[in-house]
Design a protein around this ligand. Sequence first.
Ligand code: ADP
Ligand code: MG
Length: 236
Amino acid sequence: KSVEEDAAIQYLQAQYEKINPNEIDSFKDLPLSQKTLKGLKENNYVTPTAIQKQAIGYALQGKDILGAAKTGSGKTLAFLVPMLECLFCKKWTRLDGVGALVISPTRELAYQIYETLRKIGHYHDFSAGLIIGGQNLKFERKRMDQMNILICTPGRLLQHMDENPLFDCSHLQILVLDEADRCLDMGFEATMNAIIENLPSERQTLLFSATQTKSVKDLVRLSLKFPTYVAPHEQA
Ligand code: ADP
Ligand code: MG
């Protein structure tokens, strides 16, 4: 079984360098694991949106991404799909701890991301947790060390980093900053900076922002390495 899985992973990774986002018509045209393809299909995700085609392709190639796209363009799958593939290809298990972190400005948006992850990630074996405050801190705390994927709001995440001895992101592989401009508008600049300082620098980072203000550019400089800029034309 493991030999088969290794072969499947090698087969996928061998195709990454050949991805051409302009030739992608359906999710099946991307070199994705069967588990992810099944999760997408069963939730009726067939044709990737413009931002998904580009961001997924470049993110699979291991690049840091700076994504500029409006609300409703499909950013959630643009980062959840490569995130799942990243952990899958590294054969991440529950014992490996936190491998992926998604930071979202509000509880509601974090919850929506979590729900989408539960759907499309259904066939993977990763554990996922929502760290958004307004809930029992002790409960979040106890479970934190068993989570592979954390969907967080900035304030609550930093609180865990500061106060929770079980919190360990030292093996983090991939960081997603969703709606970065909104996080900054809400006054989380210092919080975001502190979070990023606490994370290992050897990681992949995907940052999405509808606008590119000065403070977004500062955050980009702090968090991304040689990012690929992805800004698809909106489809009519
Ligand atoms: P954004 O984060 O850019 O505002 P979302 O990721 O929330 O956008 O997606 C907006 C809506 O489009 C959601 O209802 C989502 O289910 C739907 N959607 C996203 N990608 C696709 C797709 N490839 N095919 C069909 N519907 C999609
Ligand atoms: Mg969104």
